[in-house]
Design a protein around this ligand. Structure first.
Ligand SMILES: [Zn+2]
Length: 256
């Protein structure tokens, strides 16, 4: 496992197709576009051995078919007919291994952004698609604030050192929102500087860590007094539970 490296292949505006490498082999997570993936595999003379999909959105699965035309590999993904190219459907608690990488992944169901969204956890890494972002969370397209809260709470139970590989580069704008929500959190200013320095060099701000998210991500901190107070003020009424706080933050962020 220690000899796996992970590269962010960029797609579209701000998607990352996380590419696991070991020797001359590769596996990709959420290949929304096959072209940059094929170019990367070509350049580095890599053979694709597996595809993982976290959810059905086109910017995460749109490249499956073209990759499968070149490489006959298993596709791990959720029970959702909207991704017909999935060959191995997986659900909560399932484990599967990628023998070429000597790694085992555990599957978590984390509905809210979409109803069948899943995450893959293995080797100290979490691939969580559009559910948990660095300093943020995904939009609620097919789920409720209660579901997002439950999904994030599930992920928050993983070890603090877990490396968080999200589907998009949203970190700086998320931190900006975080600062509006929790002005007294010094970690946000520190993170903004560090992330800004990386973006200035056109480097990814990811992976994050769960420890970092717990320090600064407002959507994981809906029980913090300052965040409850700010969200209540924004909502114009006292919010007494973390789900209402999350609901308020999510809607606020949509228009931020
Ligand atoms: Zn999505």
């Amino acid at each position: 496992m220690s000899d796996i490296s992970v590269y962010p292949v960029r797609a579209f505006q701000d998607n990352y197709v996380w590419t696991l490498r070991r020797g001359s082999l590769a596996a990709v997570v959420d290949p929304g576009d096959a072209k940059p993936v094929l170019a990367y595999l070509n350049t580095h003379k890599l053979q694709l051995t597996a595809i993982l999909n976290t959810h059905h959105h086109a910017d995460h699965v749109g490249g499956n078919a073209e990759l499968l035309a070149r490489f006959q590999v298993p596709v791990y993904g959720p029970y959702d007919d909207r991704i017909p190219t999935v060959s191995h459907r997986v659900r909560e608690g399932d484990r599967f291994s990628l023998p070429e990488f000597d790694i085992e992944f555990e599957v978590f169901e984390i509905p809210a952004h979409t109803k069948s969204h899943i995450a893959f956890y293995g080797g100290g890494m979490l691939y969580c698609g559009d559910t948990l972002f660095a300093c943020g969370c995904g939009r609620l397209f097919e789920g409720t604030p209660a579901q997002m809260h439950a999904s994030l709470t599930k992920l928050a139970k993983l070890p603090a050192a877990t490396r968080i590989y999200c589907g998009h580069e949203y970190t700086l704008s998320n931190i900006k929102f975080g600062k509006a929500v929790e002005t007294g959190n010094a970690e946000l200013a520190r993170w903004e500087q560090a992330a800004g320095a990386l973006r200035a060099k056109d480097q990814p701000t990811l992976p994050s860590t769960l420890a970092q998210e717990k320090l600064a991500n407002p959507f994981l901190r809906c029980d913090q007094p300052e965040i409850i107070a700010t969200a209540s003020k924004h909502a114009g009424r006292p919010l007494n539970d973390p789900v209402s706080v999350l609901a308020t933050l999510r809607e606020w962020k949509n228009n931020f």
